[in-house]
Design a protein around this ligand. Structure first.
Ligand SMILES: [Zn+2]
Length: 194
């Protein structure tokens, strides 16, 4: 068992303070607390106000199928209605809790994955900029995007980012080649951005 001994012993009378603690992270959830933090770290606190919320968090927890999900499930199991409990939570915790699921779901449905695509693209750029190579096949670079966008979008992103430093040539019947004009691009990049 991963649960702490105290919680384990009191399992049948498990009490969670839904009015005061975030149902996701178990930390104190109060506006006063948030106001003490610097502005950019403020979290939004929500009251559970729909009956449906409990079910959807339970579904999410089951889909997560991890320790965090189990802990939250146990918390939810201990009450009948979150609205009646006046349960509260941090907006950021809800987002975190649901995040992995939604990206998995998105992959399944083949929907655009903006965040994943951005991350993958910045990894590709880093790869290009850090390495010593100046020439790649488009296909090779595109594979590093892990299917987060289509090839045409990827090509446009590259052109948008590197502009005149980049040439994409497609010889008939051959693979598209991405060439960076010369290493001055790299020196320039290093000089200006590091
Ligand atoms: Zn929280």
């Amino acid at each position: 068992m991963m649960t702490s001994p105290v919680k384990g012993k009191l399992r049948s009378t498990y009490v969670f303070n839904f009015k005061k603690n975030c149902l996701f992270c178990d930390k104190k959830c109060s506006i006063e607390n948030e106001l003490k933090k610097s502005k950019e770290r403020h979290d939004i606190i929500y009251n559970v106000c729909t009956l449906h919320f409990k079910q959807s968090v339970e579904d999410m927890a089951k889909m997560r199928n991890d320790e965090w999900g189990k802990t939250v499930l146990k918390r939810l199991d201990s009450v009948i209605c979150l609205v009646a409990e006046e349960a509260i939570y941090h907006k950021s915790c809800e987002r975190k809790f649901c995040k992995n699921i939604s990206s998995q779901e998105k992959k399944k449905r083949g929907r655009p994955q903006d965040e994943d695509a951005l991350k993958a693209f910045s990894d590709v750029c880093e790869y290009i900029e850090v390495g010593n190579e100046c020439q790649f096949t488009l296909q090779f670079l595109y594979e590093k995007m892990n299917g987060t966008c289509d090839e045409k979008t990827f090509r446009n992103k590259l052109i948008e980012k590197y502009g005149e430093d980049l040439i994409i040539t497609t010889t008939h019947g051959k693979k598209a080649i991405v060439s960076f004009k010369d290493t001055s691009f790299k020196i320039l990049t290093e000089a200006w951005y590091t």
